[in-house]
Write a protein of this length. Structure first.
Length: 95
């Protein structure tokens, strides 16, 4: 007797509860997107600064060989292009 109400009420409620939890957990908020965009821009600026510092040190000390400074590696450029395209699509300004 108690099994019928559990199946009719409890099971759909349980399913809907976890579907709702799943949908809300899978999204990021607008604030998260803004923060990620700011972090991406900061990382690009820091990368450019590191390139500048490494070039200056390499210019002053000929025996200095930075392992980080590899101009135009296709592997890195491809990943950056993909990331920039994703950001542009998200903002609605696809290139």
């Amino acid at each position: 007797m108690i099994i019928i109400p559990m199946v009719v009420i409890g099971l759909p409620w349980l399913i809907m509860h976890y579907i709702t939890k799943w949908k809300t957990a899978a999204t990021i908020t607008g604030d998260d997107e803004v923060l990620l965009d700011e972090l991406y821009q900061l990382a690009r600026r820091l990368d450019e600064r590191m390139d500048t510092v490494e070039r200056l040190v390499a210019n002053d000390h000929p025996d200095f060989h930075p392992k980080r400074l590899l101009d135009d590696r296709e592997e890195d450029n491809q990943q950056l292009r993909e990331l920039e395209n994703m950001i542009a699509e998200k903002k609605g300004t696809a290139k």
